[in-house]
Design a protein around this ligand. Structure first.
Ligand SMILES: [Fe+2]
Length: 277
């Protein structure tokens, strides 16, 4: 007998996936069906609303290319990206936060201390620290892959005035686990609103601003890589970040450089990263 009630229909769909050979895949798809059906029942979803949802997802996909990832942005503004980070956090390791839509693989490996931007990108800033395990032992050969906006809040991929890989670089630690690089102090920026995610933010009267940050993916052989940020402690958007990415443990002062600091920088940021095995 075929289903006549919502509950019977949901049950039929769940049964149809019951033979999925991979247990984890079976768990994920059946949970997705249960929650999706519950959403439709709870809201009494209309055919027009269902179609509007499909049009929204279609537009989201059509906005994606190899430099723009609208689905990542959608996941970010829904808080899903941050939720996945929080669920999967490794105890005692540096907290992770959103990857965001502006990561580009293949940034150049740079010499320790090198400047990753240009003088016109903003106030010269020295970022330095150590990569360690969770017990504080330095990690040799760890990779710190960093990227950020300039002081206008623009990434190289958004700004034809910046050369490719501007404000991006990869640093590899030695036996002491130390890294340092010169950069510009980043600015807050609005997330891209020229696509369907922007339409969603306008319709819901949500803030589009991200707290100023430097991105990093820190990895080392045999350890769990962490995708994270360094947030500027002076930033006004720390409590209203559009993608729910701020973790208190990732906020650092951009300290004005003193007489003991290198003469070519205006600010110094100290940030250590700890990786779990
Ligand atoms: Fe960013």
């Amino acid at each position: 007998m075929n289903a006549t009630t919502p509950a019977e229909l949901t049950d039929d769909v769940l049964k149809s996936f019951g033979g999925t050979p991979d247990p984890r895949q079976r768990e994920l798809i059946t949970a997705l069906v249960r929650h999706l059906h519950a959403f439709a029942c709870e809201t009494r979803l209309t055919p027009q609303e269902w179609m509007a949802g499909l049009r929204f997802l279609t537009a989201t996909g059509q906005k994606c290319d190899d430099r723009r990832q609208e689905f990542v942005l959608l996941s970010d503004v829904l808080g899903l990206s941050s939720l996945v980070d929080v669920i999967n956090a490794a105890p005692d390791a540096t907290e992770s936060t959103v990857l965001g839509p502006f990561y580009v693989a293949g940034a150049p490996i740079r010499a320790m201390g090198e400047q990753i931007g240009r003088p016109e990108d903003g106030s010269p800033t020295l970022v330095r620290g150590r990569v360690t395990d969770v017990a504080g032992r330095p990690l040799d050969g760890a990779t710190v892959d960093v990227w950020q906006s300039n002081d206008s809040g623009l990434y190289d991929t958004q700004d034809p005035g910046q050369p490719p890989y501007n404000l991006r670089g990869v640093f590899v630690t030695g036996p002491d686990g130390r890294f340092e690089f010169r950069t510009a102090r980043p600015a807050s920026y609005p997330i891209p609103t020229d696509g369907p995610v922007g339409d969603l933010l306008r319709a819901t009267e949500r803030s589009r601003w991200r707290a100023a940050h430097i991105h990093a993916i820190v990895s080392a052989p045999g350890y769990r890589a962490v995708t994270t940020h360094i947030f500027d402690a002076d930033n006004p958007y720390l409590d209203s970040d559009a993608v729910f990415g701020v973790r208190d443990s990732l906020v650092r002062p951009f300290r004005p450089a003193g007489s003991d600091d290198p003469a070519d920088v205006s600010y110094v940021v100290d940030m250590d990263f700890a990786l779990a095995s």
